[in-house]
Design a protein around this ligand. Structure first.
Ligand code: ADP
Ligand code: ADP
Length: 229
């Protein structure tokens, strides 16, 4: 049974007098332990889809559930609980607290989690064991994003949702960040969903979901990365 199941998902933003359709009927299943890349041009609805999967936004039509959590009928309080218990977020910008070290930034996220990793363990997982006591300003963009990933995984989410995590990075640094996400996926078994407009990063995924104009155009399974079981 898929972990996520979306059926006929629609989202229309109301801008004054104008309706802006962002999702126009999306059917999608995501499975536990998968690494999925959602690929599509800017404005195609990727962020809207990811925000709905993460309980940050609700659709205007259709259904979506995560395990037995209905993400459409849920109250705001239900969605907050759902996010806290199950979801880690990584965004294009790192949103680290500048006055705290890498270790302290990660520790902050551990405080509210029931079974967190130790901050040191999370930072080791992203290859930053030698940067624990550095402040964000002392770290490169790629390193700051790895701290942000450590912060997201420290609470041991089932699912890691990443919105253009390499958007602010050059190709090589972006590659390293993606390898870190792949390592999290393999080491912890975390389901990882990465949205991007950069086709070059799709080869690391188990599946690539191609989105265009609020619809799923195609889904490619990448048999090379992980043989079908
Ligand atoms: P992507 O992530 O692929 O760039 P988005 O999901 O951000 O696409 O946006 C899809 C469409 O919805 C775009 O036309 C965008 O302008 C519109 N949109 C997204 N968020 C909002 C919002 N909060 N209010 C109004 N329109 C929005
Ligand atoms: P909390 O679990 O502390 O109540 P939320 O559930 O509101 O936090 O948000 C989950 C995560 O997503 C947090 O790390 C929060 O900083 C981040 N977040 C929520 N909305 C946005 C947004 N629009 N842009 C960037 N980060 C966001």
């Amino acid at each position: 049974k898929p972990a996520f199941e979306a059926r006929g998902l629609e989202k229309t933003y109301r801008m004054g007098e104008v309706d802006v359709p962002a999702l126009r009927g999306v059917d999608l299943e995501l499975f536990d332990g998968e690494l999925v890349v959602i690929l599509g041009p800017s404005g195609s609805g990727k962020s809207t889809l990811l925000n709905i999967l993460g309980g940050l936004d609700v659709p205007t039509g259709g259904r979506v559930r995560y395990r037995d959590h209905d993400l459409v009928g849920a109250t705001a309080a239900d969605l907050t609980m759902y996010r806290r218990e199950h979801v880690g977020f990584v965004f294009q910008f790192y949103n680290l607290v500048p006055s705290l070290t890498a270790r302290e930034n990660v520790a902050l996220a551990c405080e509210i989690a029931p079974h967190p990793l130790a901050p040191e363990e999370a930072l080791r997982l992203v290859g930053l064991e030698h940067r624990m006591d550095h402040f964000p300003a002392q770290l490169s963009g790629g390193e700051q994003q790895r701290v942000a990933i450590a912060r997201a995984v420290a609470k041991r989410p089932d699912v890691l949702l990443c919105d253009e995590p390499t958007g602010a990075l050059d190709a090589l640094t972006g590659r390293i960040v993606l390898e870190v996400l792949e390592s999290v996926n393999r080491t912890l078994g975390t389901t990882v969903v990465v949205i991007t407009h950069n086709a070059a990063i799709a080869d690391m995924a188990d599946r690539v979901v191609h989105v265009g104009d609020g619809r799923i155009a195609r889904i490619d399974a990448n048999a090379v990365r992980r043989p079908a079981s």
